[in-house]
Design a protein around this ligand. Structure first.
Ligand SMILES: Nc1ncnc2c1ncn2[C@@H]1O[C@H](COP(=O)(O)OP(=O)(O)OP(=O)(O)O)[C@@H](O)[C@H]1O
Ligand SMILES: [Mg+2]
Length: 568
């Protein structure tokens, strides 16, 4: 015993040694090591991601300010694998004080706590691009922003202090700028430029298609300028900020809401803090939870909160208002498909608003079938989330999973178990929500929430039924047309036989043939034209982002299955 005591006094326990290694880790240091989580895992994707983050921000900012967006995107090849990216908008600009934090502090933004649809949500996008640029070239980000013609334009050179996740101002000055308001971001970074389905060209084109109010002037590294002019003067409906819907709210969230609320009773808490809860519904929830409506929110214990959640589940509450969401819309989705794909049949559908974890969302889907599309390959899937095209991680996305799990044979496409259907078709799915559940910070794939999968499948089935009815009709018409051809083939023979039998002259024979053809037409009716004429299709436009040029053979699987895992 005495020996042991001596031993422990002399020897320092290992935990004390180990304790010296414990350190807090800043979010910036974390993402410096894990930049793949932010979409910067290979040079090609990194170049796209940095542009995407800046363009998505510009579009959000312009729309919030009610300005028709005019975005200038320039990508300059500096050396073989170094690029300069410039994105300039005509948005509201950023107040001077906030410029350093917005661009050089991770997890700083205006959209994280707001419940209305926007492209950005996490407060990490543009500072992640700045971090990646700094990591791969060591150069600071260069920003110009101006908030109005009576205000100066501010120029900043910024770096991120990764240990502290804080901005470091390298240079700051007022400059002359020819824009009255807007923001310009300039980054030097390592990248690789290629055309194809996952290219910047494709991302900008698909963005332009579903955002017809946007003008994008794009100069690619080959110094080719592509202009996507706006096709509409009308801004999309501005999404209204809402409160969470009670369905799906989690206990942890409910408890902190109960703590923070200024409401004095549980009934008024439910009415004030949630959308779609009036006094009747609030009372009903309390009754279903067996809690008195005049209970003080602060007195609600964890057990009572659990009962409250059960009460919410048992109460019929109207679906959330769709005002907080700005879907692409059936018409525009179909028009977009027509611009891109020369098919023979198009359809689209918008589902009613649904809820996952208290967050409202709307799913839309569309199909373009036939025409010039390859009938031997699996269908092509186009994905959008809050009007942003998703070009990577298709395999991990709930959208692709839902396409796989839909029984396409019922709708006229062939399909092996667990695979994408085969046929000349393009399927487009768009998810719109106040909070899109992405699988990672890089915002590339949708997480597998059962409520969302259900809605996607319902949207696909709605389109599938329309497709099946078209394919069925087309089959019937083809069959009828073959039958007619067959009859028509025999008319001259019948004419000739009658001529011989009845000793007719050539003229009579002709008359007989004409009458037979007339009878055929009358008895079988007119052949219906089912194939749609596509006046929207623009071959040159459709080529953008598809013309793979000399870089074509990098082994990419253009159907987007697992291709993103291709390192470069
Ligand atoms: N071009 C811009 N014009 C005006 N404000 C901007 C611009 N770019 C960014 N901001 C502001 O800076 C904030 C941070 O941008 P950042 O991209 O880091 O995050 P986010 O867009 O909120 O979310 P996400 O990480 O999903 O992109 C935005 O929320 C927005 O308020
Ligand atoms: Mg953003």
């Amino acid at each position: 015993m005495a020996d042991k005591e001596m031993e422990s006094k002399e020897e320092v326990p290992i935990a004390i040694e180990l304790a010296k290694k414990q350190r807090e880790i800043s979010v910036a240091s974390f993402f410096e090591k894990n930049r793949h989580l932010l979409g910067f895992d290979n040079p090609r994707k990194a170049l796209l991601t940095s542009i995407k983050e800046a363009v998505d921000n510009s579009l959000d900012a312009c729309e919030e300010a009610g300005t028709l967006p005019e975005i200038n995107v320039e990508v300059i090849e500096m050396t073989e694998n170094k690029f300069r990216v410039i994105v300039e908008d005509n948005g509201p600009g950023i107040v001077k004080k906030q410029i350093p934090n917005i661009f050089a502090k991770l997890l700083y933004g205006s959209k994280f706590f707001k419940l209305s649809q926007s492209r950005g949500q996490q407060g990490i996008g543009i500072s992640a691009s700045v971090l990646y640029a700094q990591l791969t070239t060591g150069k600071p980000a260069r920003i110009i922003s101006r908030i109005g013609k009576n205000y100066p334009a501010h120029y900043y050179e910024l770096r991120i202090n990764t240990q502290q996740n804080k901005p470091e101002i390298v240079k700051e000055e007022e400059v002359e700028w020819n824009k009255e308001h807007g923001t310009r971001v300039e980054l030097d970074l390592e990248g690789s430029y290629q055309k194809g389905d996952q290219s910047i060209d494709q991302y900008l084109k698909q963005t332009a298609i579903v955002n017809p109010h946007v003008t994008i002037i794009y100069t690619n590294p080959k110094a080719e300028q592509i202009i996507f002019p706006k096709a509409s003067e009308e801004m999309p409906k501005k999404p209204v900020e809402i409160k969470p819907h009670p369905y799906g709210v989690e206990i942890g969230v409910l408890l902190s809401m109960l703590k923070l609320t200024e409401a004095r009773t549980l009934q008024s808490f439910l009415m004030n803090e949630f959308s779609r809860v009036g006094s009747g519904t609030a009372k009903q929830i309390c009754e279903n939870a067996a809690i008195l409506p005049n209970t003080k929110p602060n007195d609600v214990s964890r057990e009572m909160a659990e009962k409250l959640i059960e009460g919410i589940k048992k109460t019929k509450i109207i679906a959330p208002s769709v005002d907080c969401i700005s879907p692409i819309g059936q018409e525009l989705l179909e028009k977009g498909l027509k611009k891109e794909i020369n098919a023979e049949f198009y359809c689209a559908t918008t589902r009613p608003c649904a809820v996952y974890r208290g967050n409202p969302f709307v799913v839309e889907a569309g199909i373009a079938y036939g025409g010039q599309q390859n009938a031997e390959e699996s269908v092509k899937v186009l994905r959008y989330a809050n009007r942003v095209p998703l070009l990577y991680q298709q395999g991990a996305c709930a959208i692709a999973r839902s396409v796989l799990n839909t029984a396409w044979r019922n709708y006229g496409l062939s399909q092996s178990k667990g695979a994408l259907p085969i046929g000349p078709a393009t399927i487009v799915i768009s998810i719109n929500s106040v909070w899109v559940p992405f699988t990672s910070e890089s915002k590339e794939a949708i997480a597998h929430y059962p409520e969302m999968i259900k809605e996607i499948k319902l949207a696909l089935q709605e389109c599938g039924r329309k497709l099946a009815s078209y394919i069925g009709k087309k089959r019937r018409i083809n069959f009828e047309s073959k039958k007619r051809d067959y009859i028509q083939l025999f008319i001259p023979h019948v004419g000739e036989a009658l001529k011989e039998l009845l000793k007719l002259n050539d003229n009579d024979e002709k008359k007989v043939e004409e009458s037979l053809a007339e009878i055929l037409e009358k008895s079988r009716g007119k052949l219906e034209q089912v194939e749609a004429e596509n006046l929207e299709y623009d071959e040159e436009f459709a080529k953008i982002g598809k013309d793979y040029g000399e870089e074509e053979e990098d082994g990419e699987n253009e159907r987007g299955e697992g291709n993103e895992e291709n390192p470069e």
